[in-house]
Design a protein around this ligand. Sequence first.
Ligand code: FUB
Ligand code: ZN
Length: 657
Amino acid sequence: MEDIKLKNIKVTDKFWSRYMKIVKEDMIPFQWKVLNDEANIIIERERNDKSIPAEKSHAVENFKIAAGLKKGHHYGYVFQDSDVYKWLEAVAYALTTGEDKKLEKTADEVINLIEMAQEDDGYLDTYFTIDAKERKFKRLLESHELYCAGHFIEASVAYYEATGKDKVLKIACKLADCIDRNFGREEGKIHGYDGHEEIEIGLTKLYLVTKEERYLKLGRYFITERGKDSGFLRKQLEEDKNKQPILIGMNNFEAEYFQAHKPIVKQETAEGHAVRFVYMCTALAEVARLTGTKEMYNACKVLWDSVTKKRMYVTGGIGSTVMGERFTFDYDLPNDTMYCETCASVGLVFFAHNMLKNEPKGIFGDVLERSLYNSCISGMSLDGKHFFYVNPLEVDPKASERDPGKSHVKVKRPAWFGCACCPPNLARTLTSIGKYIYTKDEETIYTHLYISNESSMNLKGEEIIVKQETDYPWKGNVNITVDGKDKEFTIALRIPNWCNKYDIKVNEEAVKYDVLDGYAYISRKWEDSDKVNLNLLMEVQEIKANPYVKDDFGKVAIQRGPIVYCLEQEDNGKDLHLIKLPKNVQYKCEFDSELLLGVVKIKARGEKFIVKDDWGESLYSSDDNEDLYEEKVLTFIPYYSWANRNDGEMRVWIKKA
Ligand code: FUB
Ligand code: ZN
């Protein structure tokens, strides 16, 4: 199974084209200014922690210093370089789908700068080149050297594929060769791995574009090496004569935090830092596919189940606590202290996508869709200039302001963060949204996402044009036109798990199809302009969580199609915790073009608890008078669109009678 190349997919979708446009026209130029410290914005700390470097980004300046063009010291996190790399990757995808000479020139200049910052032996990392040459590869628990390298390699592959210019790829190969010389099983090399997975993803992509087996071997090495010696990361720190930490606080974490507590193929639960975990799984799934290693793919399935069946929020967010931005334990999904980092949702999308390349199963496509439409895009304001690092499911502005344990739960999206991993991560995902729509093998075109597009794909040596038109995510109608060239092949359509009733027609007529693992397979001889019509019934659904999710017991989340909804104070007044949905509540849906750039809002007659005057000043009472509720018309809005008006309370899980 393989991807369709991004350049062969033209997204024409109303919903996603707006995102792609806003990223290209607003977010990318804005982020470029921020990386150059020219944006005139306030950079916020992601939580109340004075040690977070937030005076400026300095990311481009770091490269200029490393390149010898400027004098000074490195500033920012040790992984600040990755902000530039993710920006470059987003630019590459934006250029793949539309020419922009000015943007390309800026990107070329950045690549020249990166080339100048690269050391003669291929080493590339501005922090170490500027301020800590003698500490290279000596503190991998904290250093993020291979993490940054992985991001650069990903960007370079994307830029090469977008423009055909190979300079960036040469820099990437030189860097990968440097890593290859330094790491591996051979005598004299470091027998170890990075504290933050990412290089593995980069290497699989570099292998695919260069066909150089060494890169796949190295990616596989990092995967098999992780956790073999679970003490590696710590031992390295102890052996380092210079005890000065590079990233304060990192060395408090145990091996499990870095998914290094046992070999990956032996790991059975989603543990540690959530972004690290999903990046690891993304690479694991891809190496499993590329090398045909069953043991690796089986491990992927076990880890997939752990994260999606026991540790994932209804929004597709992951990471239950701010303490280490990590997983905790099964069914521990608090709504108001959670983490749900935007990068973690983006990483879950990558993991799901790579699982789909191994095996087309609805469970992967469903999570891909859930995460994308909810906790990924909630990471960005509708104007594309403000971002969430953390995506809460319940917010009370008072608590965010006064409770030190909730300082990470922002009410408003900041313009930028001291740790700016999320905004450019989202940018690169949104500009490449097209690549998540399909995969294909020799016989079958799999449609995982319903997004209007025109694509061409090679099947059995023939160029097949597929055109998809839909009003998703607001309506469940999907029309697919296939120029089938009289070929026999199969089109597989994902039937989302939220859909209880659907209908498939070809050329207006009922057709025979088989359903397997969440996909409807239509096999036939396809002629030019054949039309497939899929109609997915999109109803409002009350979603319940497993009863062991303590925070959601007795509550429901409202979902319609792929979109999870929430209540905001702006529409429903404050004290959202007093609101209850009665039994047999009726929901009414209406597309409101004026609201939040056009959304389907959901109205319902709910109830609000009446706080009687006789409560007076008392905090507790033994009064057993009957509780009284008043009727209240509720307005639900899509979760992704919250916090785009006035500050206020928000909640996803609502009490249900
Ligand atoms: O450590 C690099 C990135 O910064 C992680 O992926 C994010 O969670 C943030 O901590
Ligand atoms: Zn992030």
